[in-house]
Write a protein that binds this ligand. Structure first.
Ligand SMILES: [Zn+2]
Length: 190
């Protein structure tokens, strides 16, 4: 995990990763920009399990740091929109950055109130969502380790969540060109 995350994050000033106790790690950054980049560009996963990350201030008791929230980009689908203006793909969904409480099941739908005060139920899809339990909708375990499943007789299990809670990979707009590529005749080279 140390190697994989360090390679993924590429902190300019380096990183130190300590294994504190089962499943809890301390990531020490040597520059605040490196830390900020990791916090802004999450959520992150290892082995497809979401990392719950929080900041530890200098001198703060590690046990008191809460590890209950993860920020996700969610896509709101089935948004009501002006049917006269449906020519653009921009109306497909809306993206919101929201904090998820990992102690609560993932919301699959949410209510929004329109200008005319009527309510509409819209579908939420989560970007970069790793493994989670399709029975409980919780990020903290997978079905194999689900207490609800272990305590329920065969056939009594219903899966109200599924892969569809994950947002499909975002469509690239325009041509994706590496910033490292240069056109021929684009300035002097040396
Ligand atoms: Zn479960």
């Amino acid at each position: 995990m140390r190697t994989k995350l360090a390679d993924l994050w590429k902190p300019a000033m380096g990183i130190n990763i300590k294994d504190l106790k089962h499943g809890i790690y301390l990531f020490q950054f040597y520059h605040k920009d490196d830390m900020q980049w990791v916090l802004t560009n999450g959520p992150w996963a290892f082995d497809n399990l979401t990392l719950v990350i929080n900041i530890v201030k200098a001198g703060e008791d590690l046990i008191k740091v809460s590890l209950n929230e993860v920020e996700f980009w969610i896509q709101i689908h089935d948004l009501p929109y002006d049917t006269k203006n449906n020519s653009s793909i921009w109306h497909e969904y809306m993206r919101l950055r929201i904090k998820i409480d990992v102690r609560k099941p993932l919301k699959r739908k949410t209510k929004i109130v329109k200008k005319d005060k009527t309510e509409v139920v819209v579908t939420c899809k989560y970007e970069k969502l790793g493994d989670f339990c399709f029975i409980c909708g919780l990020l903290t375990h997978t079905e194999r380790f689900c207490n609800k499943k272990l305590e329920t007789a065969d056939g009594g299990i219903t899966r109200e969540w599924g892969k569809w809670v994950r947002a499909p990979p975002r469509r690239m707009t325009g041509n994706s060109i590496s910033k490292w590529l240069r056109a021929e005749g684009d300035g002097d080279w040396g």
